[in-house]
Design a protein around this ligand. Structure first.
Ligand code: D54
Ligand code: ZN
Length: 275
């Protein structure tokens, strides 16, 4: 488990390309046969990738930054199958995940194991501290409500699906969903926003290998960008905008932890205010 420390908003514009990438980009998640995790001190979120090979399940173990007997002793977890399909067993109960489906695992679950059905199955993991236990449950990509956003004329037509939130799978603090860009649309979250009460991470996927997303970060009046490849994530502290334009359409998992779970608790930034 890698550790990332928090940064002050005034530091971000001073980082060079490598500095920005070291602090905010996670680019080595998915390694066949491994679970890789990053512990960020921004709201103590752990994000990671589980890439089991078929027939060789991987077990989620605790790690020294957690100082716990098992990973979910004081945490909750959401998992999205971003490629392929698989099964996750939680304390002996099997949960089948189709591509883009989400499993929420409640605090106190002791034994979590990832099984791949396909050669290329990849599970994205997102975990926040939790001091109350909510039921483990699955949300299916094809069954949750769709919020349509944006327009083709502004190249940002997209479908937003909420999985773990106030009116969906309940959790202690974790909020998570998946947004998918329509073909020919490239902008997410434009106009952008911040939410001072939550940290958010975007994990971009379904982006062809020879394309990139230019992700905007930083305070609205002092932005920088990070060039992101397929299946890489960006950590956005509460004071940072999080928006991006791809050279191709793509899908991303957005996930948050922090003070509240109100999706609409955002500070909107007008396009004309950006610098
Ligand atoms: O705080 C919530 C998030 O940033 C996302 O839900 C935004 C998003 O998916 C989009 O506009 O495309
Ligand atoms: Zn947001």
């Amino acid at each position: 488990m890698q550790t990332r420390h928090s940064t002050h908003p005034a530091q971000l514009p001073g980082f060079d390309t490598d500095g920005l990438r070291q602090h905010y980009l996670v680019d080595d998640f998915f390694v066949p046969g491994e679970i890789r995790t990053v512990y960020t001190h921004e709201d103590r979120i752990v994000l990671g990738g589980a890439t089991p090979k078929p027939g060789e399940p991987l077990r989620l173990e605790s790690a020294s930054p957690l100082r716990s007997q098992y990973f979910l002793e004081r945490r909750e977890l959401a998992v999205v199958a971003i490629r392929g399909t698989g099964t996750i067993t939680v304390d002996g109960t099997r949960h089948e995940l189709g591509t883009r489906d989400c499993l929420y695992v409640g605090q106190g679950s002791q034994d979590v194991e990832f099984h791949a059905t396909d050669e290329d199955t990849r599970f994205y993991l997102f975990s926040t501290p939790s001091h109350a236990s909510y039921p483990t449950s699955v949300a299916r990509y094809d069954e949750v409500d769709v919020m349509n956003a944006g327009d083709q004329s502004t190249a940002n037509r997209r479908e937003i699906r909420k999985f773990v939130h106030a009116d969906g799978i309940r959790s202690s603090q974790l909020v998570l969903g998946v947004t998918s860009l329509a073909p020919g649309s490239v902008w997410n979250t434009m106009p952008p926003h911040t939410h001072d009460r939550r940290t958010e991470c975007y994990l971009y996927f379904d982006l062809p290998e020879d394309h990139r997303v230019i992700h905007l970060c930083g305070e609205p009046q002092n932005t920088r960008n990070i060039v992101v490849r397929n299946e890489e994530a960006v950590i956005s502290p509460s004071w940072s905008v999080h928006s991006g334009a791809g050279t191709h359409s793509y899908t991303f998992v957005w996930a948050m932890g922090g003070e509240n779970q109100a999706y609409d608790d955002m500070d909107q930034v007008a396009v004309t205010e950006l610098r």
